[in-house]
Ligand binder design. Structure first.
Ligand code: MN
Length: 233
């Protein structure tokens, strides 16, 4: 029996894919990695010392992505959902033990995303030493834009990143404030996991995270990428 005739006992999940600006072809998503505490001011607002802590990683699921300008449905089990605006790196090539000076060769493009967080559940998980999935990896927890390719925009190492809620600026930073920059993130992550084409990395959020409620409009921006507009429904 050939591969094309493989039968599955239940319907397989569809491949999650992100639009690519200026192309009809889409970017297939394999994994979604997220960097924790990668801007000093945000690290302080979460009650930690940026000088003493190395950044760390957690994951969301590919099917947590909200694509193609979709809305963010207010999730279950929470009364404190926070916005975290983040630049997203899309890998076009994988590897293990990638060196810092070769890391950018692995980047296909960049996007802007929201690491939506059930903060009350995350805080409870931190307190009890439990995993973070309940706070981070829930349905619709990762709205993101289309991908702007390196061909078009080059590599993004500086430039404004901000988020407004209902027109009011809440988060504001610059990509040059990343504690670990993109090459360092890729290099370090590739020592922990084998990276592959199709992986996305959310690079961390600047200070000013806060709660949203139904009806709010989140309006994010990053230089080189453009805007994301997401309504909480
Ligand atoms: Mn985050």
């Amino acid at each position: 029996m050939s591969i094309s005739q493989t039968e599955f006992v239940v319907a397989p999940a569809p491949v999650v894919s992100v639009a690519v600006r200026g192309s009809l072809a889409r970017f297939p998503v394999r994994r979604v990695y997220c960097v924790g505490r990668n801007y000093a001011e945000h690290t302080r607002e979460m009650g930690h010392d940026p000088d003493r802590e190395l950044p760390f990683f957690f994951q969301k699921n590919p099917d947590n992505l909200v694509l193609d300008n979709g809305d963010f449905p207010y999730p279950s089990m929470t009364s404190n959902v926070h916005h975290e605006v983040e630049m997203v790196v899309a890998l076009g090539m994988g590897g293990s033990d990638i060196s810092v000076d070769k890391a950018l060769d692995h980047v296909y493009g960049y996007a802007l995303g929201l690491d939506m967080t059930r903060r009350d559940l995350q805080n409870e998980a931190k307190k009890t030493g439990r995993p973070w999935e309940i706070g981070k990896a829930f349905e619709h927890s990762a709205p993101m834009t289309d991908i702007v390719t390196v061909d078009k925009v080059g590599h993004l190492a500086k430039g404004a990143i901000w988020l407004k809620v209902n027109g009011e600026v809440k988060q504001q930073g610059d990509l040059d404030q990343l504690i670990w920059n993109v090459p360092e993130i890729i290099a370090h992550l590739s020592t922990i996991f084998e990276l592959k084409a199709g992986d996305l990395i959310m690079t961390g959020t600047p200070a000013g995270v806060g709660a949203v409620k139904r009806g709010d409009v989140m309006d994010g921006f990053c230089e080189g990428i453009g805007s994301i507009l997401v309504k909480v429904v």
